[in-house]
Design a protein around this ligand. Structure first.
Ligand code: DP6
Length: 356
């Protein structure tokens, strides 16, 4: 695919102010491994969430000679630790919007979930920032459809963080070329034109906070582990096949297959990390205790509770809305003892970003 259509090389002028909210997402088939400029080595699919969101306001003003490219406030405070990621994002999007160089961006962000919860917030944060930039650009494209707007937003968000490409709409987003989804591609994520089974419209995600600490493996290092990994080829092939099978489970509402594929993906992600060079064990004893209890609970009660994991120790528990009451009882009685200070976040599938 040519990325030429994403270049907007026209002088722009004037001030502009906008504010967007973007959600976090949880991958079912995991993106793990990238190449080139933030291109995935395998396709992924995620649930868009609704409660874990980043709200970002950007004020674009013509930039004076010596002025910095941006300033950044997180929760009204200066946070220089985020500067390199924002700087890198602005550098990467420059070829696609050269006129932005002439602007100073005053960026102010807030997360609905604790920044130190160990929940990766880069997807929501980069998606919200990309949406603000595309909203600025949109003024100069009166012909843009909603689809054009969302595509460009996902395209730019991807340059900030791969998984951010999937934080634009919902309820399910596919990123990376897959035979199972005709319009899918590596450059931006799509919300496939598929009728998902209604059970997934408000699927629940209870995030158990096992470790609130900073990520032990940065995403750049993590994805790099797939270069030369002894099982890389098989893993990428497996991701394609998992995605195809998951599509079928997600349309028919076949929870048995949904659970089987989702948990296989989570454990494969960790298996890849445990067998790379260098290798990492990111699960902790409490992570394993939770996984065992979830599997036992499912076999004893037949309730469709399953887990997935990101590149860390925290556990995402996925289940239908209709089973929420007994499952929450179980979580409260049996699982919160394995969480840091008993902490968890209650979320559910949502429909994506919005202008605020
Ligand atoms: C394990 O999107 O954080 O959560 O592109 O380097 O920013 P970068 O990586 P990032 O990787 C997410 C990896 C994952 C799986 C997933 O969300 O698909």
């Amino acid at each position: 695919m040519s990325t030429k259509s994403f270049v907007f090389d026209v002088p722009v002028e004037g001030h502009y102010q906008t504010q967007w909210q973007a959600p976090s997402n949880i991958a079912l088939v995991k993106y793990w491994g990238k190449h080139g400029q933030q291109l995935p080595l395998n396709p992924s699919i995620s649930f868009t969430l609704s409660q874990c969101v980043t709200q970002t306001a950007v004020n674009f003003s013509p930039r004076g000679g010596e002025e910095e490219a941006f300033d950044f406030l997180f929760d009204q405070k200066k946070q220089v630790e985020f500067h390199p990621k924002i700087q890198q994002f602005l550098e990467r999007i420059k070829p696609f919007f050269p006129a932005l160089e002439g602007y100073h961006l005053s960026i102010s962000s807030h997360n609905s979930f604790p920044h130190s919860s160990g929940i990766a917030s880069s997807a929501a944060a980069m998606a919200a920032l990309a949406l603000c930039v595309v909203d600025f650009e949109k003024q100069f494209h009166p012909d843009w459809s909603r689809e054009d707007f969302l595509q460009k937003a996902s395209f730019l968000a991807r340059l900030g963080s791969g998984s951010a490409a999937r934080s634009i709409t919902g309820p399910l987003m596919v990123w990376g070329q897959s035979e199972a989804f005709p319009k899918s591609n590596d450059h931006f994520a799509i919300a496939p034109d598929v009728e998902w089974h209604p059970i997934f419209q408000d699927y629940q995600d209870t995030v158990l906070i096992v470790d609130k600490g900073k990520k032990k493996v940065s995403s750049t290092l993590g994805h790099g582990l797939m270069q030369g990994h002894p099982f890389a080829a098989q893993r990428f092939e497996q991701a394609h096949s998992h995605l195809e099978k998951l599509k079928s489970a997600l349309t028919t509402g076949d929870l048995e297959h949904f659970i089987d594929l989702t948990e296989a993906e989570a454990l494969t992600l960790h298996a890849m990390m445990m067998t790379s060079n260098p290798r990492f064990v990111l699960m902790q004893p409490n992570t394993l205790a939770i996984l065992h209890k979830v599997v036992d609970y499912r076999s004893q009660t037949n309730r469709p509770l399953c887990f997935t994991l990101d590149a860390g120790a925290n556990v995402h528990l996925l289940y239908p809305r209709q089973d929420r009451s007994p499952i929450m009882d179980f979580i409260q009685k049996e699982l919160l003892i394995h969480c840091q200070q008993g902490q968890y976040i209650q979320d559910q599938v949502g429909n994506g970003s919005k202008k605020i």
